[in-house]
Design a protein around this ligand. Sequence first.
Ligand code: UDP
Ligand code: MG
Length: 160
Amino acid sequence: FLPHLIASLEQVDQTYIMVKPDGVQRGLVGEIISRFEKKGFKLTGLKLFQCSKELAEEHYKDLKGKSFFPKLIDYITSGPVVCMAWEGVGVVASARKLIGATDPLQAEPGTIRGDLAVQTGRNIVHGSDSPENGKREIGLWFNEAELCQWNPAQAPWLRE
Ligand code: UDP
Ligand code: MG
C-alpha cells in the first residue's frame, strides 16, 4: 500500500520527440521510435506531418535571432516529420540522453545522434529540454483528440 502511494506521487512527465525531415528521408523512423519504445516509455501521440513555416518558427522561437535560424526553419519544413508524445517518470531528461549531444560528432556512441548522424544541421531528431517545454511543444504539435491515454500491459514489469 505505502510503496504504491509513494509511487503514485512521482511526477509523470511528457516530452515531445520529433523525427526531423532527414530522419524520415533516411528511413530511420522505425529505428528512432524503437529506441524510446524499448526503453519503456509510453507513447501517447504519433503522426507523420508536414509542418508550416509558422509552426516551425513558434516551436523554435527561443532560437529566433541566431544566425542558423533561417536555415533551421528551411530544414524542419523541407519534408514530413514524425511527431511523437512520450510519457513517463523522468522521460524528458532520459530522452535527451537517448538522443545525445546536439552535435552528432560529439554525441556518445549508443545515442541516436551518436550512432546515426554526423552534423548539427542534420541531427535527425528533436527532444524537449524541460517538462515545461514538453507540455508546451505537445500542445503546439497535437490536438487533444490526437493524444491517447492508455494503460500498457507491461506497466507492472517496468516499475515496481
Ligand atoms: N542548430 C543548428 N546549428 C547550431 C545549433 C543548432 O543548425 O549551431 C539546430 C539543430 O538542428 C538543433 C536545433 O537547431 O537540433 C535546436 O538547437 P538546440 O540548441 O535547441 O539543440 P537540441 O536541443 O536540438 O539538441
Ligand atoms: Mg533544444
